[in-house]
Write a protein that binds this ligand. Sequence first.
Ligand SMILES: [Zn+2]
Length: 278
Amino acid sequence: MILNELMQLLPRKIFAIEMLLVFEDIKPVCRIEIEDKTLDKLTAFCRTNNLALITSDFKFVKTQDGKAMMMPTNSPLKGGFFVYISKQKTDAIKAKDAEVALDHKTFGELLGYPACCIDFFIKHYEEAAKMHDDYTLLTLKNSESLDWRLNISLNFFDYRLISHFPHSFNCQESIALSQKILDVLTKHNPDLARKTKEELCTVIIYDDETGVHVIKNTKTEQNTIHYTDVMLTSPNRIFTLLKMSNKIKIITRNHLELYNDNVLTGELKGDVGILVFN
Ligand SMILES: [Zn+2]
C-alpha cells in the first residue's frame, strides 16, 4: 500500500521506490526532487510514517530555456526542492550537508552506495564532468559483462533499480543491492517489478552528445542486432539515423555500423557506446 500511496504523491515512480527503500531499511537516506506544491503532502506523509524530511536550502526554478536556477526557499516563483528523507533525522541532515560540501564519499555512503562505486565516482569525477557528468562510457570501459539489474540509462523513462553509477556493469556489490531492491519491489508491486525487468533488459546506444537511445524489439545474431524501433529523449541526428536503419553491426562496443537491410546507412564511433543488457 505504501508504494501505491507514494506513487500517487510523487511525480515519478523511481522517486516513490527510493522512499520505499528507506522505509524498508535498504538505504539510510534517499534524496529526491519534488515540486513545491507537493511539499506539504509529503511532509504529512513522512510524519505519519515516522520518517524525517529535510529540504534543500534553496528552491530550483526552471527558466524558459529549461535550465534550473537556484532561488531562496521563500521565492514566490513556482519551483522545486531537493528533499532528504531518512528514518534518522541526523542522517538526513548529514546527507544534505555532504551534498552541499561536495563530500561525495559521505553522501554516497548515506545513500547506501557500494564503496567500490563511490571510489570510482570520485576517481573519475573530473573526467565525467567533461562528459556531461555522465559515467556511462567510463563504466562500460570497465565492464566484462552487463547485468540488466545495473541498467541506469532509463532514468528519464522512469525505470531503474539502483540510482548510482556502478563502477562496472558487473559490479557484484551493486548487483547484490539491485537484487535486494528488486525483491522489495516484487513484494510491494509485482507488476511493476516485472515491467521494470522487461524495460531494463534492453539494448542502449549511449552517445556523449545526444544521450540515451533505447533500441526496441531486438534480435541478436552474433555481432549483429536487428531491431524494429528506437526510443529517445529528444530528437537528434543519431535518432534520425537509427530510425532509418534496422540493423546494428557491432565492430567494437564503441564503433558501430548501421544498416537498412544490407545498405550501409551510417557509422557511429568515438564517444559512443552500445550497452547490451541481459
Ligand atoms: Zn562497484
